[in-house]
Design a protein around this ligand. Sequence first.
Ligand SMILES: [Zn+2]
Length: 344
Amino acid sequence: MRATVMYSAGDVRIENVPDPKIIEPTDAVIRVTRACVCGSDLWPYQKMEHVETGRVMGHEAIGVVEDVGADVRTIKRGDFVIMPFAFSDGTCVFCHDGLQTSCIHGGFFGTTEVAGAQAEAVRIPLADGTLFPVGAHADDALMASLLTLSDVMGTGHHAAIIASVTPGKSVAVVGDGAVGLCGVIAAKRLGAEQIIILGRHADRIALAKDFGATDVVSERGDAAVERVRELTGGYGVHSVLECVGLEQAMNTAISIARPGGAVGRVGVPQEQTIPGSEPAFYNNVTVGGGPAPVRAYIAELLPDVLAGSIEPGRVFDRTVGLDGVPDGYRAMNDRKAIKVMVKP
Ligand SMILES: [Zn+2]
């Protein structure tokens, strides 16, 4: 089959690789009907050291089950499924706690160990715990939004949950990428009254407003902090969704939280330390977050996607076949595309 293989920073190729097959009896293999390029794929795209064997990329997909191992009980051939970006057994103590990204038998797709989904097919470890079958006959128009439940919509929702968004709260979303935009949807869905998007790309800001953002702050650094304070009676917001992962974004996030507020961080951190320790301390700001257990959120978010009451699939502004994936990486890296969908 054909798959997207990254060898080093900037070196993304479409190559023929061996077809995925059942290795463990708990595996499934799915034919990928939609995959996509993630903002977090851009970190290796910018920094990855050369790997001789390459790395099959991609951790977001929906598809149809083609084969299952002998011990797979609930997933069947022909099921239309959502593949969360992490695999998990669904039975361990952390899975029971709804934190499947910490599953003791789990792991992540698109690593050097476990092949990813920017490909014609992908092997799914622990299929019963990992895959979420979409029972309903989903309309083609819903595919993009269903695909976001494998990562970005669940991740935006996680940021909002960790930041304690509840009805009537004021919320700021740091970052206008796909996750930040989904964070706006999540904040609105959870009843936030004021939603401030921090970003500066006109197309993304327009989408954020459509999704429910009430205010836009395009300044950066101290000027951004000042502007958010102006918009919130001088105090800052109750909840901050940090959807970037860079030091400056985290500093801003902590500085715009009001005393007693919370920051939910889902941007993959690019530093070893969390900045803003002192203001976080003196303002009693709770800082939390991490890889979103999107598997736990699908059951809650799926009905809203099927009903069309949320449309996170609008974050995709470009669709490519596998041959177009290297260009897709380039476009996202150059901020010429918000998020690229792949139809293998
Ligand atoms: Zn588990």
